[in-house]
Design a protein around this ligand. Structure first.
Ligand code: DI6
Ligand code: FE
Length: 406
């Protein structure tokens, strides 16, 4: 590079996990440096390759610390009313998640609490959960609707999700999850409810630009693949990408349906079969694994990680933070669980909360790796080896978080 190049900030004396595709593993660089200008990375690599004439306004010596891309929690329900601590006690006393749901508790009790809250209250109650994630170096979080289940209340949830990005320096990706549960007023008429999702909820959500993707819960206690297909058809018409809660409690072929629609991701996947794995590989659909829900529901069947790996399906890891099946606000803990419960490698866990999580949101062009042109979202860690981020339980070694270069 020639001459003088003004940049805003230069981080030196650091070790990098670039997560860049062309590098093996984590794309580790030992004596690294990163430069940012206008919130974007303009250089990430070996300090010895720094362009001559680089003129940073500020230089920060990181004393050998590790730097990763800002972490991405690509599947959460952090916006919701109330909690389900009482239901947790019932489950401890022997009731199952599905029994509680079928008895009108479960998701429906969160729906009642969410409907009773206004947008400000939804933002205020989500902020402590968001702050817990941010404290661990999260710079992008996905947030779903799905606890309102009427046009106005689904919109309120999505407005609250967008509001989080104004309240904190974090990027929010929203997913419209109107097809999450059959609300009480449609008891016994799931088809009728799906009809209102498509006819009454989607158009406003789309017109107001409130959703970045469309999601659904394909399950015996929720919606069939045929019902989900109607929602996905409407998403395709609206130009929105789709994703799906699939094969969490049983195998209905949800992942295959999602793959048919070129889904960004299929999530959970404990009961995924070989055909579903092949369909996801073919479509390039990311497998988002949610060990928090597996743990909290005391599930015993793990997702077919070896088959996903063999087929080359990209794997991501997320918290699924929600009041019923995964009241988890730690992505570091989710990585530890993915390694211990699902036998992911350290590299798979770390790529799963950066590069592949970005891909699950359709944002790999923008975030997820340390490469020139991407947003300068960084997590700087007080660790000696990357494995420590996965290995420790309930310990947070974040030194500093950088969002958009600042
Ligand atoms: N699967 C889940 O694990 C959450 N939603 C879903 O579709 C659970 C939501 C809840 O129980 O409130
Ligand atoms: Fe979920």
């Amino acid at each position: 590079m020639q001459g003088h190049m003004q940049v805003d900030r230069l981080w030196t004396n650091c070790r990098l996990m670039t997560m860049a595709d062309q590098h093996p593993g984590l794309g580790e660089i030992d004596a690294g440096a990163i430069a940012a200008k206008d919130g974007r990375i303009v250089f990430a690599g070996a300090a010895s390759d720094l362009p001559a004439g680089l003129a940073p306004r500020e230089t920060i010596d990181l004393d050998g610390r590790w730097v990763s891309p800002g972490l991405i929690d690509c599947h959460t329900h952090i916006v919701h009313g109330g909690d389900r601590a009482r239901e947790f006690e019932l489950r401890l006393a022997g009731a199952s998640y599905e029994e509680i749901a079928r008895a009108g508790g479960g998701i429906r009790s969160t729906v009642a609490a969410t409907r009773a809250a206004d947008v400000e209250t939804l933002v205020a109650t989500a902020l402590p959960r968001l702050d817990a994630l941010i404290a661990e170096g999260i710079t992008t979080v996905e947030v779903k609707s799905g606890y309102g289940l009427t046009p106005d209340t689904e919109i309120a949830m999505l407005r609250a999700a967008r509001g989080l990005a104004e309240a904190r320096p974090v990027s929010v990706a929203t997913s419209f999850l109107g097809a999450h549960a059959v609300p009480a007023e449609f008891e016994g008429d799931a088809d009728g409810y799906i009809h209102t999702v498509v006819r009454d909820q989607m158009p406003t959500v789309v017109a107001e630009g409130l959703a970045d993707a469309v999601d659904g819960f394909c399950e015996g206690i929720a919606f069939s693949p045929d019902q989900m297909a109607l929602v996905f058809d409407a998403a395709v018409k609206a130009g929105l990408p789709v994703k799906l809660h699939a094969e969490q409690l049983s195998n209905l072929g949800g992942a295959r349906l999602a793959a048919r629609y070129g889904a960004l991701s299929a999530d959970h996947l404990e009961y995924l079969d070989e055909g579903g794995v092949a369909a996801m590989a073919e479509a390039g659909t990311v497998a988002v694994l949610l060990p928090g829900a597996f743990y909290f529901l005391r599930e015993t069947q793990a997702p077919p990680v070896a088959a996903l790996r063999l087929a080359g399906v990209p794997i991501a890891v997320a918290t699924d933070c929600n009041p019923g099946s995964s009241p988890l606000t730690s992505l570091l803990m989710a990585m530890n669980m993915a390694a211990t419960l699902f036998r992911l490698t350290v590299a798979e866990c770390l790529i799963g909360v950066t590069r592949n999580a970005a891909r699950a949101l359709g944002r790999l062009d923008e975030i997820g790796t340390l490469e020139p042109g991407k947003a300068c979202d960084l997590a700087i860690w007080d660790i000696e080896t990357p494995a420590e981020l996965v290995y420790r339980i309930g310990f947070n070694p974040l030194y500093k978080r950088v969002y958009r270069g600042a």
